[in-house]
Design a protein around this ligand. Structure first.
Ligand SMILES: C[S@@+](CC[C@H](N)C(=O)[O-])C[C@H]1O[C@@H](n2cnc3c(N)ncnc32)[C@H](O)[C@@H]1O
Length: 401
């Protein structure tokens, strides 16, 4: 069982009205320019209020959320403090998500993107809903993330080690800073096996033709030969001449041209949609806050770097331990965090002040000491009065006995 999930003996449907009072709404004054806000409230109220906030509405570049997954459990911290509840009926859950996603869509800028982290329980339901809200043409992909090491399942099924991130943009012009992974030595040798004699540069050979016929110059002859049947040259004959003169074309023994692609011109391996390197907890030295379901900080940094620029505004309205906010802060973005839970807000404040600690410290109950540098103390924030439109949200939960 994942750390922090309380198992349920009995399930009863209840009506639950979340606390809608905003207890914190703080804006940094001495921490540089821009928006840095943390709200302690039901996000539906804050999101509604942000629609009327001209600094925010239509200006959010990136939203990452990791909402409850409807696991049917309730979560505790590593110190056994209540964190949050995750028990809905399916219909109640979808209604809860729809209301919030519709507002998030309005808050995004035209260059904005949203990432929604879920597990296999609800990801397909929410995908269909997001297709409606964001437009199926703006669905950019679904990332499969390996969340933990392999498990020895006693149940008769495959070990469940993945979760999913739905990725949508607001329009077809989102901010996109393509992420790359570093080459491993082994991969370099496999992908770029040749060395150029006169320069020592490592390269691979790729075809200079592509599928499909063309009527223009790329469909005509080059160097006395036509492209293979059903294909065309990838470059015009002039460009191919130039490349040949620069020694960038490799000629095989039987006279077939191939283009040389040099390793030193590669930015790295473009990131694909299966992420294996962002497990939540790797080992006893992994730095954590102790808040349940805390996500991997490096994964959040990848998302923030890929889908926003320095200075852009990032929103996480299910902030939890504040992983998105820390990533945004460390990468020089503005941010807004919202969470309904007491424990979440105190964890975020503690994390900004004292950082995270090695997991081993929690397991061995060592005196927990600071391990990451202080970003700032939330007490430095200036309390600001926030007016929110209150909306009573009723949804079904299951009572723990
Ligand atoms: C899965 S956790 C988020 C974990 C976070 N990504 C992290 O790295 O720590 C989900 C969070 O959503 C919060 N939450 C649930 N319902 C909420 C609501 N209506 N408004 C605001 N926050 C809510 C919970 O308190 C919990 O902290």
């Amino acid at each position: 069982m994942a750390v922090g999930i309380v198992s349920l003996q009995n399930k009863q449907q209840l009506s639950f009205v979340p606390n809608t009072e905003i207890q914190f709404c703080r804006t940094a004054t001495n921490l540089g320019n821009g928006i840095k806000r943390l709200y302690h409230a039901d996000n539906i109220d804050v999101l509604n209020a942000l629609i009327d906030d001209s600094e925010v509405c239509g200006k959010v570049t990136l939203i990452y959320i990791d909402p409850p997954y409807n696991t049917g459990g309730a979560f505790e911290t590593r110190d056994f403090k209540y964190a949050y509840d995750d028990r809905f009926s399916i219909q109640g859950y979808l209604e809860f998500m729809r209301k919030r996603l519709e507002i998030m869509h309005r808050l995004l800028s035209n260059e904005g993107s949203i990432y929604v982290h879920l597990d296999s329980n609800m990801v397909f339901h929410v995908k269909v809903m997001m297709d409606e809200i964001f437009g199926i043409q703006n669905f950019k992909g679904m990332i499969t993330r390996k969340k933990c090491k392999s498990k020895n399942f006693t149940r008769k099924t495959y070990g469940n080690i993945s979760d999913y991130i739905l990725f949508y943009s607001k329009t077809d012009e989102p901010i996109w800073n393509r992420p790359y992974e570093e080459w491993s030595e082994e991969k370099i040798l496999k992908e770029y096996p040749y060395i150029e004699n006169n320069t020592g540069r490592r390269y691979k050979k790729v075809p200079i033709h592509a599928p499909g016929t063309r009527n223009g110059a790329t469909g005509g002859p080059w160097h006395g030969m036509m492209p293979p049947q059903g294909k065309h040259w990838q470059f015009t004959p002039d460009k191919l001449d130039e490349m040949n003169a620069n020694g960038e074309i490799y000629w095989s023994a039987n006279g077939n041209p191939r283009r040389k692609v040099y390793f030193d011109q590669s930015n790295g391996v473009p990131v694909q949609d299966i992420w294996l390197d962002y497990l939540d907890v790797n080992n006893q030295n992994t730095l954590i806050t102790g808040y349940p379901t805390e996500k991997n900080l490096d994964m959040l940094k990848r998302i923030v770097e890929t889908s926003s620029r320095p200075g852009d505004l990032v929103l996480d309205c299910f902030a939890g331990s504040g992983t998105t906010l820390i990533a945004a802060e460390e990468l020089g973005r503005q941010w807004i965090g919202i969470d309904i839970g007491e424990e979440s807000i105190s964890t975020i404040k503690e994390r900004f002040k004292n950082g995270s600690k090695p997991m081993g410290d929690y397991v061995k109950k060592k005196t927990i000491k600071q391990n990451t540098p202080t970003l700032f103390e939330m007490d430095d924030f200036e309390e600001k009065k926030c007016i929110v439109k209150k909306e009573e949200t009723t949804f079904d939960v299951f009572e723990e006995i």
